[in-house]
Design a protein around this ligand. Structure first.
Ligand SMILES: [Zn+2]
Length: 416
């Protein structure tokens, strides 16, 4: 693991005294809840985020945030602050997955509220954070909080199918170099400092076709694939474990085969492997492990990392390479100490520090660009991608308070 300085270019001392931001009054809270409900009622499946993007832009502007724009990929980017100091970036994705099949007691986009809990698709993952980011910025502007540096809010497209790509595009296209990134993915108001990496492999087995009545004349690609899959499953027991991130895992998730007919021996069979990498594992080594099974079994097969193209709602294309390494920020990193102090003073909560079970835009910001990245958001991570997805409205208010106070704290000194 590496050490990442908290203030690489500004030489500040460790852990600043936390600066509190004003609390949302009850009118502002109900305004924020209406915005959140509207976000949930507006479908934004991956590649269909345009209506939610418009809604976010409208609310940013009506809340006094002037520097707002839509980039060519369809991401929304807003900036506040005087530019004279470091850059703090808040990241949220606008897209949602499709509602999980069955189990919903409510219409996914209808929005139901019961006992201070809001139900609806995307409420937790992660429209609650979108609302909290927008109202944190509003609070800071309304209060005329001096922000020495930049607070950049990004609302990205297509995080669900290709985490990291839209964020990478924004930073490279806009020439933004954040000093810190905060991901608003649900964390139950705790601090997340990383997660495992992931790779999607495709194994293609070549066989030889023959009439199914004479299988001895062919070379059955499904049978050969079955031998490989068995060998690959055995790898699971050998994968290393990290004390905080847990073990690397391997799972065959989909299989397909081709044959001239249902009465012919299949000549090809392909299957996909979802491989989660823990700290210390590399993408190259993960591929080599599969190659060694293929060699040991003496089967004519190849393994490759899956690449595909994704088109955003504006027509922009991302070439996605499905390989991301694990990342983890040190537990005592100054950024973690700072947000811990802010959470305690802003909302009186003692947060736990942990890791997410799922993958996020951190695969780019920390995994690739090595920008100190942490996660903090309202909502229970276990709610994401499940039926009756929901969020406690009070947690959205608390997250707003933390986001505003963290920006006020990290951007409290000028670089002069
Ligand atoms: Zn998410």
């Amino acid at each position: 693991m590496r050490f990442f300085p908290l203030f690489p270019s500004f030489g500040f001392d460790l852990v600043l005294a936390s600066h509190s931001a004003p609390v949302l009054d009850s009118n502002e809270q109900s305004e924020m809840f209406s915005f959140l409900k509207e976000l949930v009622q507006t479908p934004s499946f991956s590649a269909q985020e345009q209506d939610v993007a418009k809604l976010i832009i409208k609310h940013l502007r009506s809340n006094g945030i002037k520097n707002v724009h839509l980039d060519p990929a369809g991401n929304v980017i807003a900036r506040i602050g005087n530019g004279n100091g470091p850059t703090l970036l808040y990241d949220a994705h606008m897209d949602t997955v499709y509602p999980s099949g069955g189990g919903w007691s409510y219409e996914a986009h209808a929005v139901a509220e019961e006992d201070g809990v809001l139900y609806g698709l995307g409420a937790c993952d992660m429209k609650g954070s979108i609302a909290a980011f927008v109202y944190a910025a509003k609070q800071l502007i309304q209060d005329k909080t001096a922000l020495h540096g930049n607070l950049i809010l990004v609302f990205v497209v297509q995080e669900e199918p290709c985490e990291g790509y839209a964020l990478k595009y924004i930073l490279e296209e806009q020439g933004i170099q954040p000093d810190w990134v905060v991901l608003g993915e649900p964390s139950n108001l705790n601090i997340m400092r990383g997660h495992r990496g992931r790779v999607l492999f495709k194994v293609t087995v070549q066989g030889k076709s023959s009439h199914a009545a004479s299988p001895e004349l062919g070379d059955n690609a499904i049978t050969a694939a079955a031998r490989l899959i068995f060998g690959i499953e055995l790898l699971a027991a050998e994968l290393p474990t990290d004390p905080s991130l847990g073990p690397g895992t391997i799972a065959v998730t989909e299989i397909e085969s081709r044959s001239a007919s249902i009465h012919a021996v299949p000549h090809t069979c392909g299957f996909y492997i979802d491989r989660r990498l823990t700290l210390g594992e590399t993408i190259t080594r993960a591929q080599a492990q599969i190659e060694s099974v293929i060699r040991r079994e003496g089967i004519d097969a190849t393994v490759e990392i899956v690449n595909h193209q994704i088109t955003t709602y504006t027509g922009h294309e991302f070439s996605v390479h499905e390989a991301f390494r694990a990342w983890s920020v040190e537990e005592n990193h100054p950024l973690i100490q700072t947000i811990e102090a802010v959470i305690r003073s802003a909302i009186g909560h003692s947060p736990k520090v942990g890791h997410w079970p799922f993958s996020t835009d951190g695969v780019y910001s920390m995994g690739e660009a090595e920008i100190p990245t942490i996660g903090f958001g309202p909502g229970d991570p276990r709610c994401a991608h499940t039926a009756d997805e929901h969020i406690r409205l009070d947690d959205v208010v608390k997250a707003t308070q933390v986001y505003a106070s963290l920006a006020a704290t990290l951007l409290s000194k000028s670089s002069d």
